[in-house]
Every structure is written in structure tokens, then in C-alpha cells.
Write a protein that binds this ligand. Sequence first.
Ligand code: FAD
Length: 373
Amino acid sequence: MERYDVVIVGGGVIGSAIAYFLAKLGRKALILERERMASQASGAAAGMLGAQIEMGLDTGPLFQLARFSRSLFPELSTELRELSGVDIGLTQKGTLRTVYRDTEVAHFQDMIKRQHEAGEKAEWLTAGELAAREPNLREGAYGAVYIPQDGHVVAPELTKAFALSAVRLGAEIREFVEVSSLMLKDYQVQGVLTSAGPISCNHVILCAGAWSGRLAAQLGFNLGVYPVKGECFSVVSARPLLTSTVFSDDCYIVPKPGLRTIIGATVKPGSFNRQVTLAGIDQLLQSAKQVLPSIVDAEWEKAWAGIRPQTADGLPYLGAHPDWQGLTFATGHYRNGILLSPATGMMIADVVNGVATTGVDIHPFAPNRTVQV
Ligand SMILES: Cc1cc2nc3c(=O)[nH]c(=O)nc-3n(C[C@H](O)[C@H](O)[C@H](O)COP(=O)(O)OP(=O)(O)OC[C@H]3O[C@@H](n4cnc5c(N)ncnc54)[C@H](O)[C@@H]3O)c2cc1C
């Protein structure tokens, strides 16, 4: 039987990041992906690194993890380009949260205060300052929150860069191989059963995105990961529509390299269905038009859907199985898996290696935590 040190189940951004950071520690991993690499949520993401905008008033453990992860991107971008030749498209032009209702002004100014207390940059732009910065936005805003450090990357390129860099450092990847179950004996992981036969190993890392719960269930372990479908579309314009990413009430608009703009995303819990619906696209277009009227003049590019892995309390599951030696979970990153991928990769590589190096407390993300909703 084939033997590996570490088998990673799932070739999304999380599995690829873990393989990369393990490889940097000299640990050889095999990624098993049942389709193509980045074919699920990681290829569908808009790529925002919304450490502050996504957390709002929450400055708890997820915020700490998110801002640590965001801080890793500038160096990572250079490192991955040198190893893989792939440019992850890191863009650091900030994110805006537009405010068109006077009743919301106090809430968003409170958010700025909390961000300052947490040591982060955030500022209130008046209507005039917003118009000067983003002249294509609809008039009538009361202002906006500007977060200079929330940038974005090209999501599918990030997974590719992690995966190719990991391979460069000794990892292996097999696409179109499905893991059907885990081989377990005496509370120790022995390997995995796959569509290409059994593979033995010392460690299995479960990062199968929204599908992680199914494999965990075999162990009688209710991981509580559930799917949340999201649809997006993109357009191409003759001139840049925006400089910064814009969040509004019902959508976000992300200016990408090459005059592309991504508009996202719908939220449909409980669905593994990846069909793009007219209702979803219509909802996004109506919302986008409210903020950026000139979007209607842009050329249609494409639409797509992906399945986000969500958990009951909104925190990812990161860490070792409480009973089974050699089994580690890294899943449930919901809307922020791209942002959280470097921190997750580092922390899970540390779990396998038995030495914590990041200074970020992993315990709030324990897979066996008591989930309070
Ligand atoms: C529309 C949309 C927009 C998003 N925008 C952002 C954003 O702007 N910023 C951000 O940070 N995040 C964003 N996200 C969230 C982000 O995409 C996810 O959190 C992240 O991709 C999860 O990565 P993953 O590797 O856990 O899962 P996935 O990318 O889903 O990868 C899991 C992989 O496991 C494979 N697999 C499953 N079961 C098996 C098996 N039994 N054997 C072998 N392989 C298996 C699957 O085929 C899949 O490729 C967005 C998501 C969506 C859907």
C-alpha cells in the first residue's frame, strides 16, 4: 500500500495552504481532490480580504485570526510568485461601506470607534469626500466607512499559487480521487480509502469544505458544517468603475485587474446546488445599480455559484480530533476562507508538527467546542 506522512482531503484554498505551510516545514503531504483543484468554493470567491469589513462590531477570536491572516498576504504574495510564477493579484486599495440611510450613521461610526480601540485603521468619509474618491457612486450617501487595509486577491490564482508552490517544495496532488472513508484502528488514523485504492498515512487533514461533515459523520462526529450557496457575476468596462471595493446593504462590488468587476453575492443556506438562477443575478444587479448606476453600461462577462462551508456559531473548525490520533480538521471558513487561508495553513501545519509558532490562540476554534448559538 502507498504510504505518505500527511494526506489532505480537499484541494481548495484551505487544503492547498496547509500543504504549502507543511512543505515549508519539510513535511510531505498528498492532496486528494475529487474534482479539479479549486473547482468548488475556492474558485468561486470574490477574493476579498475583509478582515475588518466582514467582522463589523465583532472583535472576538475570528477578528484576531482574520487580521493576523491579512497581515501575511504582502510577504506571501512575493514568496508564492517566486516559487510558482503565479501572481495572486494582491490589491491594497481599501474597502468602503457606503451609508445611504441616516439611521445607520451612528452604527457605522460606532464600528469605526471599535476598530480604533482594536488598533486598526478606519475612517469616516463625508458625502463630499466619498464622491471625490469614487465619482461613479450614486449621489445621496450620508458618507462611508473607509477601511484602507482590507484589500483583495484573485481567488482561483491564490489556490493555484499555494498548490504549485507546495508541489515545488515536495508536496503531491492527485485530482479526480475521492476519499470515501478513513482507516482507523485503536484510536489512531491509519490512512484513507479512496476511489483509487487505500493510502496509508500518519495524519489526515479534513478540509473538504461544505462536504467535510459527511466524512466526519463516519466517525460519529457531528462537525456541524453546512452549505451556503452564493452566486456572483462579473462585467468588463471600458474604464475603471471603482478604485476601492464597495460594500452596500445587499451586495459588494470588487474592482479586479483588467477592468473586470465582480458583483456578489447571494446567500442561500442549505443548498449544494450550483446552478446560477436568474432570480439570484437579478437581485445582485438591482442592488448593484442602487450603488453604482453606470454598471448597466458595462459588458456582461459571466456568472457562477459556489458553496460556502458554514458552522453553527460562525467560527471555523481548526485543530485535532479530541479522541482520534492523527486526525485534524480545517473547515467551516464560510465567507472568509480566502482571507483566512494563510493563517489556517500555518496553524494547521503547526498542529501536525506539534509546535505553535503564530501566537494566535487556536482553542476558540476547537472542533469539539461547545457550540453556543
Ligand atoms: C460566491 C462566493 C464568494 C466568496 N467570496 C469570498 C471572499 O471574497 N473572500 C473570502 O475570504 N472568502 C470568500 N468566499 C468563501 C471562500 O470561497 C471559502 O470559505 C473557501 O473557498 C473555502 O475553502 P475550502 O478549501 O474549505 O473549500 P472548497 O474550496 O469548497 O474546497 C473543498 C474541496 O474538497 C473537495 N472534496 C470534497 N469532498 C471530497 C472527498 N470526499 N474527497 C476528495 N475531495 C473532496 C471538493 O471537491 C472541493 O474542491 C466566497 C465563497 C463564495 C461561494
